[in-house]
Design a binder for this molecule. Sequence first.
Ligand SMILES: [Fe+2]
Length: 292
Amino acid sequence: MKNLNCLKGDIDPKNLDRKPFSFSHSLADHPALSIESLIKMIPEMPKEKVMFSKGLDSLKINFDNALDTHTKQLDLMEVIETIRTSNAYIAVRNSELHESFKVLYKDLIEDIAELLKINGTGTAPIGPTLWLFIASPNAVTPFHFDRTSNFIMQIRGSKELAIFPPRSEEVFSRAITESYMDWEPELPLWTEEVDKHAHKFHFKTGDAAHIPFTSGHYVKNGSEDISITLSIFFHSDETLRWSEAMKINNRLRKLGISSQAVDRSLAVDSFKSTVFPAVDSVFNVARKLRGN
Ligand SMILES: [Fe+2]
């Protein structure tokens, strides 16, 4: 494998979206990612791209709801000023829109493209989106999963990052995964029982990890400093195919029809992905006829 721009260390592309793994990155000293630069950058971002929250201290909180409610109620500048002491959390979506992130965004895309090509799951990341997270010491990111594949890079501070195996019925059910993928709001809840399945990474400045597509995860920040984390979310050809196949499976489940889980048959997943736009249109028409 050729030398990558930002992602470093021992990366086996065959593990992409199959299991979590850690490696390293070279962005910790990037000037755009210092707290001084970020304090300038965040207020310059479009308002709808910045979400924030205070008092996240339990793994059982519904993360989506907390960010949405708190962003409407709190003042961003107050959250920034008190971030060292308030269990606060700031998330900036589409950080690549800011001039200071453009080059590192391009470099990361090239790195991911290289890994996908070696893995045979694409030639470039689809819909790559940069998220920036700034969090207080001891702040918790509750248990959840995301609808894309992800590389996460620690820029400052430390955290415990727990990542669960993707698409494991022992962690949460296939029905929950597929309904959440189909934009229904049901997130799995963390339990003590499920925790034994987690891969736990002690994550410090310069460390990176891969969170596979639909892998559950949670984060507990270290106590000694604020945490700055950069994530790039994307689809490969494979995860986009799985994503659409999962939506089909969810619609079939609602009709009482059982279906095959993704990643068992390329032909079946490809077929579902191909017919998804037509099936989605039929469901939309049915929804309109029902008046919801
Ligand atoms: Fe996440």
